[in-house]
Design a protein around this ligand. Sequence first.
Ligand code: MG
Length: 411
Amino acid sequence: MPQGVVILGSTGSIGRNALRVIDALGPDYRVVGLSAHRNIELLAQQARRYKPHSVAVTHADSVAGLRALLDGRTEILSGPDSLTQLVQDGQADTVLTAVVGAAGLPSALAAARAGKRLAIANKEPLVMAGELLTRTAREHGSTLLPVDSEHSAVFQVLHGSANGCGYEARHVGRQTSDGTSLATDPRSTSIIERILLTGSGGPFRGAGARELQEATLEQALSHPTWRMGPKITIDSATLMNKALEVIEARWLFEVPVERIEVLIHPESIVHSLVEFVDGSVLAQLGEPDMCLPIQYALTYPRRVRGLSKRLRLEEIGALHFERPDPSTFRALPLAYEVVRAGGTAAAVFNAANEAAVAEFLAGRVRFPQIMELVEHCLNRHTVRPITGLVELLEADAWARKEVKDRLCVSR
Ligand code: MG
């Protein structure tokens, strides 16, 4: 039986790459569900080609348009619960979630609750609800597979280093041979000294606070090595992307946040590294191309031939590494504070940033104001413990409103 795959966010950059990967993997994989927010032309095109059972469109006004583009044989789901319905499809083995923003959280939790393999390409489920999501996955036998290139790198290193030394790769939902859950097995993280997450440094690498004052939207959108959507590209320019990745790694690999460090690496060839207790450092390298981490999440624990361009180190010549500047790029030190604060802090961190980036993309705030708004929200927020989705969504909504209110006051 082919592996049934649902892709949430199939019209975005990750979603389109995932379909290319599935094309290349051949008949072992079958698309059983697709979703988009409002790009119904592309969604309809994909639905005609891959013939999934169902498609979901989350933008309510786009449903009629989509229906007109399809032949009636594909079930169309719509509205806020449509993604949650889609991931519960009985023929779905793997759910790849690549929905922009907090909107992907309920469906990620639903996929974990349904015991699916959950390939996570967007950061929000782990950032906002890391504790809740990893616990849910563990309780329902769902496997979490990172698609973010850095986390995929760490995951691949841990999987590789686990063979033959008594440790399975540390990942949620999988049991060790003696039956203990790896997520709670102290041995599973005790071999990790540090996780080094690499980042290109974005378009403003090396810039000081004064240069950031003058930064334009066009400059912020020109990422040196990766081609991605606008939101994540801005997050790469503020280093918020790396800050969110620190939080993501803390939950995926269950290491204390003090053991996670960020290393700026402008060539984007070393996708991340793990230093083990014996001093050995293992890394995963490759061309900057999301097809590889997407493919690994789909084929794990197997490796197969795929689309990725071969790495030729002799053509690259030199690889560089440097420390990020936490006083200019405030997102990084804030991430550590957010993890220590726990509870709803990370949801506020994430939502305030989403709202502030939207304001920047719309030309209503300057580049440095993005992090000022995020910091303002964190300072004003009273952290609450999380018992379920409710507190998270409340904190998320509070932060978005706080950004708007702050801008109204200052205008
Ligand atoms: Mg990344």
